[in-house]
Design a protein around this ligand. Structure first.
Ligand code: FAD
Length: 486
């Protein structure tokens, strides 16, 4: 449809200052934080409410306008391409308010375009905890995270209800609450009252609907922290520690265990370069000193029984952790500054069952090392490697085996890193693993491994909620013809 007609219609729905076709603006949206790029838009609109999103989608649906949704633009695999040049780009970041912190009901309700850091700060100030990823929290939005990186830490456990605008403009409220019983005012359960439709929109890459509001269950902000840091020579013993830890407590969100591999150890302690060892950091967060001291003692006991050792330097760091001081937000900023300083990132994340980790993990390292040899031959300098993994719950391990290059800003290096990122994902999928990201290029790699039944269910749902295929077109597949997909 004609861009000027579309712009005119949009300005009858939102104030004209929130609609633009300016080249400078559309150029900015063609970029994102990744090496894979943003979306090529004809018009950009910045709605301010669920009702505005609904009206825009009603119009877009009637006129079959392709719509691409954008949160903070922090996807690491790029933005949906949609129909380049014709896209209506819906920027959600004006919808950035905390609507309600309900202390009696222990929930927070916020608009989906809010940045995770702002949401976290508001909850913390009220004495509550909300899980956020170890990502750039000032640019990752709630809706973007739930859509594109749902597995990255586990906020989906805490998500009770999502207000979603379907591609035809219908407004849906999922979960036990006003959506499933119009006589109820509060959302209070994820699964009561019908199918778990919240889950349907989590990790959908934004292809089934536009999230406008989210209700999340709150936890009390933990005030006491304890840490244990130990070194292990054998991966098998680390995995046994994680198993025993998971038997006793759920690692998410207050009892995480972080494991750093030899590459990461080299960054933290350059004097240990070349040593094959794993550093395990057990973190205990809670409400009383007594409880946390007991947890620390038990964790240390199990770790030492399995051959874990510690030294005065490690003990000093654990004492610092117990001293507190580093709020959640400060820790995020620390980790961001840390990663930014390492160079051009080849992010190589993975997600897999704990059960065969010891067999698979060395293969991931070997794959990376082979690529780094190729990089060296091309003259690309790898500055550091970073290996890290963590049990995201009792069953699964999330981790990464990244490499950081000296950033010479040459197109050849960028192309090499892009290929390395995608090649790694294809390799891990061959091994049966998954990545948490449901966004950009990654969605297609995931979808290429879907079973026939899963593909068929997805396409049936997508075709029924979006028969004209206008929302984030092509995100998972080029076409939604189930028979022709490979
Ligand atoms: C340096 C770095 C480190 C990171 N580390 C982590 C990490 O440790 N853990 C982790 O989980 N993630 C991590 N991330 C990834 C980040 O959390 C995800 O990419 C997240 O999806 C980005 O959110 P966003 O708001 O920027 O989304 P965008 O990049 O804007 O969009 C991502 C996808 O979500 C869709 N979308 C956005 N908003 C909505 C909405 N309201 N409704 C429907 N669809 C929508 C878009 O169409 C797109 O498909 C990291 C990213 C970077 C750059």
């Amino acid at each position: 449809m004609d861009t000027q007609d579309l712009k005119k219609e949009l300005t009858s729905i939102v104030d004209e200052i929130y609609v633009t076709t300016e080249k400078l603006a559309t150029f900015a949206y063609s970029k994102d934080t990744s090496l894979f790029g943003g979306s090529d838009a004809a018009v950009v609109v910045r709605p301010g409410s669920t009702e505005e999103v609904s009206k825009i989608m009603k119009y877009a649906n009637i006129h079959a306008v392709p719509v691409v949704v954008r949160g903070g633009g922090s996807s690491i695999y790029g933005q949906p391409k949609g129909t380049p040049g014709s896209n209506l780009l819906m920027d959600m970041t004006r919808m950035n308010r905390v609507l309600d912190i309900n202390e009696k009901g222990m929930t927070v309700n916020a608009q989906a375009g809010i940045m995770m850091g702002k949401l976290q700060q508001a909850c913390n100030q009220a004495g509550y905890y909300v899980f956020v990823p170890a990502a750039p929290v000032h640019t990752v939005s709630l809706g973007g995270w739930l859509s594109g990186a749902a597995g990255g830490g586990g906020i989906w456990w805490e998500t009770i209800s999502i207000t979603v605008v379907l591609p035809d403009g219908t407004i849906v409220k999922t979960g036990g609450g006003p959506g499933t019983n119009v006589k109820q005012r509060h959302s209070y359960s994820r699964v009561i009252g019908g199918p778990d439709f919240s889950g349907m929109f989590i990790g959908d890459g934004g292809s089934l609907g536009i999230k406008t509001e989210v209700t999340i269950r709150l936890l009390g902000l933990p005030k006491v922290t304890r840490g244990c840091i130990l070194e292990f020579k054998e991966l098998e013993n680390v995995m046994e520690l994680l198993r025993r830890h998971g038997e006793r407590v759920n690692p998410h969100p207050f009892d995480p265990v972080l494991v750093f591999g030899p590459g990461a150890n080299e960054i933290f302690a350059p004097e240990s370069a070349g040593e094959e060892k794993f550093t395990v950091m057990g973190i205990m967060q809670g409400h009383t000193e007594r409880e946390m001291d007991a947890k620390k003692e038990i964790f240390n006991e199990i770790a030492e029984e399995l051959g874990g050792s510690h030294n005065p330097q490690m003990d000093a760091v654990t004492d610092l952790m117990a001293g507190g001081g580093e709020s959640e937000g400060e820790m995020e900023m620390f980790s961001l500054g840390f990663f930014n300083g390492l160079g051009l990132a080849a992010w190589l994340p993975f997600n897999m069952p704990r059960i065969n980790f010891c067999e698979i993990y060395p293969k991931l390292i070997a794959w990376r090392e082979k690529r780094l040899k190729e990089a060296a031959k091309k003259g690309f300098e790898c500055l550091v490697r970073f290996e890290f993994f963590t049990p995201s719950d009792q069953c699964a391990i999330s981790g990464e085996v990244d490499a950081f290059f000296k950033d010479t800003d040459t197109p050849e290096l960028r192309e090499f890193v892009r290929e390395m990122i995608l090649g790694f994902q294809k390799y891990t999928h061959e091994l049966g693993l998954l990545d948490v990201y449901n966004q950009g290029e990654m969605s297609r790699i995931n979808a290429a491994c879907w079973s026939p039944g899963f593909k068929s269910l997805y396409t049936t749902i997508k075709k029924s909620v979006d028969p004209k295929g206008i929302l984030n077109p092509g995100l998972w597949f080029d076409k939604l013809d189930a028979d022709k997909r490979s």
